[in-house]
Design a protein around this ligand. Structure first.
Ligand SMILES: [Ca+2]
Length: 426
């Protein structure tokens, strides 16, 4: 009793100076508490990305040994990785091993309803980097003629297949060899196909990406290559330089870079499209679509939200009959930046999450469904020379989930609010 009372007293007196949390390892001489506020609903394996700039801000003028960085949650080390961008747009193939503003510390964490915290440890003196186990793999395509891809990434929950150039002798011909260039043509979540490429040629991710359809430019994509190979996330990329795109004010030229990430834990994929125009363009339009499929009465629930309100749709017998007659059975507009399709039978589902709109962007999200449906995002924005614009899309699979679980994930994807404490020194 006395000890407890003293603990409380010390806590009150020194709470701001001495943290109650024991030091994880005395070889590390700096640490910082990072609080991750909750959103009232728990989320698993959320990918947290901390820019080097933030770590430098906390560390002040001191050196931060890049290899020494560790993330500690509940007293235990959790896998983390630092991807070095070295002030360039994409991860460096030969990193400089110094902390740059746009280098990224990344780890995955479960966030309970009320939030959580981690400690980031580092040392001002060099310490060897950690080695963590990973269950994810990246490599050459297996069965590339079946799945039409060139590079694949996978773990125990997700398979992703990224395609480079179109393969047809005439890339503008409307044939299966010419669909999905520079995009994902294979995406399985929990061993179920999210993309039904062989069933529908337009089932690619993201439909609406630059030069993903049959066309004269579709065979100029570079063969995808491995960009990042780490314990927390992997990345592959492909590129198409100087492609011609029609706009309201005529034809323009763009450099396009596609980057796709697979996270080690759970079912999380991020696809990024970088657009670098050769000239300024006002009102550049893109129409993206993300497919899903209904299988039967009461089998799937569709979840989405309109400002502040969670909505759902589940087809009744008469709806499904109408859908089989190729009628649209549900539609809505004004959607927030996510959409989920959940199978009640399999107790699994996946959702699409759209990255934040750019300043000045006009965006309208909607969906419609027959048997096959689509979540659509229509956008218009300005492109400026020398300022690459990024379209970012996430796909995440969840098991045993409700609409509220998908909505919570959407809140984190739309902007996680990390709170950094002051640096503590040992
Ligand atoms: Ca660096």
């Amino acid at each position: 009793m006395v000890q407890i009372a003293r603990g409380i007293l010390l806590g009150f007196v020194f709470g701001r100076l001495l943290s109650a949390e024991p030091w994880w390892n005395s070889s590390w001489n700096r640490r910082c508490r990072v609080v991750i506020p909750g959103v009232g609903q728990s989320v698993k394996n959320f990918p947290v990305i901390i820019p080097g700039k933030q770590i430098k801000l906390v560390a002040g003028n001191e050196n931060v040994s890049l290899g020494s960085i560790r993330v500690i949650a509940s007293g235990k080390e959790i896998p983390s990785q630092v991807d070095e961008f070295d002030d360039q747009e994409h991860p460096a193939s030969q990193p400089n091993h110094f902390l740059n503003d746009n280098d990224e510390l990344v780890f995955q964490i479960d966030i309970p309803e009320a939030g959580t915290e981690v400690w980031v440890y580092w040392s001002t003196e060099p310490l060897p980097p950690a080695a963590y186990h990973s269950s994810s793999l990246i490599g050459e395509a297996m069965e590339p003629s079946v799945f039409q891809h060139d590079l694949q990434m996978w773990n125990d929950q997700v398979i992703v297949g990224l395609r480079g150039p179109a393969r047809g002798a005439d890339p503008s011909k409307n044939s299966i060899e010419n669909w999905g260039a520079g995009s994902l043509v294979w995406l399985d979540v929990f061993r179920s196909p999210v993309l039904h490429f062989r069933g529908s040629w337009s089932s690619i991710f993201p439909l609406g990406a630059i030069a993903c359809r049959p066309g004269q430019e579709a065979n100029r994509w570079v063969k995808p290559w491995v960009l990042v190979r780490g314990p927390v996330r992997l990345a592959g990329a492909t590129r198409l330089d100087g492609t011609k795109v029609k706009t309201d004010s005529g034809e323009i030229k763009l450099d396009v870079f596609h980057r796709v990430w697979l996270f080690d834990k759970g079912a999380m994929v991020c696809f990024e499209e970088f657009l670098s125009p050769h000239e300024e363009v006002k009102n550049f339009r893109q129409e993206f679509a993300f497919g899903f499929q209904l299988t039967g009465v009461g089998q799937e629930v569709l979840y989405y939200s309109q400002p502040g309100t969670l909505k759902s749709f589940s087809g009744q017998a008469e709806d499904l009959q109408a859908a089989r007659e190729n009628k649209i059975i549900a539609t809505a507009s004004g959607l927030e930046d996510w959409f989920a399709c959940y199978s009640l039978k399999e107790k699994t589902g996946y959702a699409y999450f759209l990255g934040k709109a750019q300043p000045g962007e006009k965006r309208e999200n909607s969906f419609y469904t027959r048997i096959h449906g689509a979540f659509r995002s229509s956008r218009s924005f300005s492109l400026r020379k020398g300022e690459p614009m990024v379209n970012r899309f996430w796909v995440a699979g969840l098991r045993e989930a409700t609409g509220a679980d998908f909505q919570a994930l959407a809140k984190f994807f739309s902007g996680i609010n990390l709170q950094f404490g002051l640096v503590e020194k040992k």
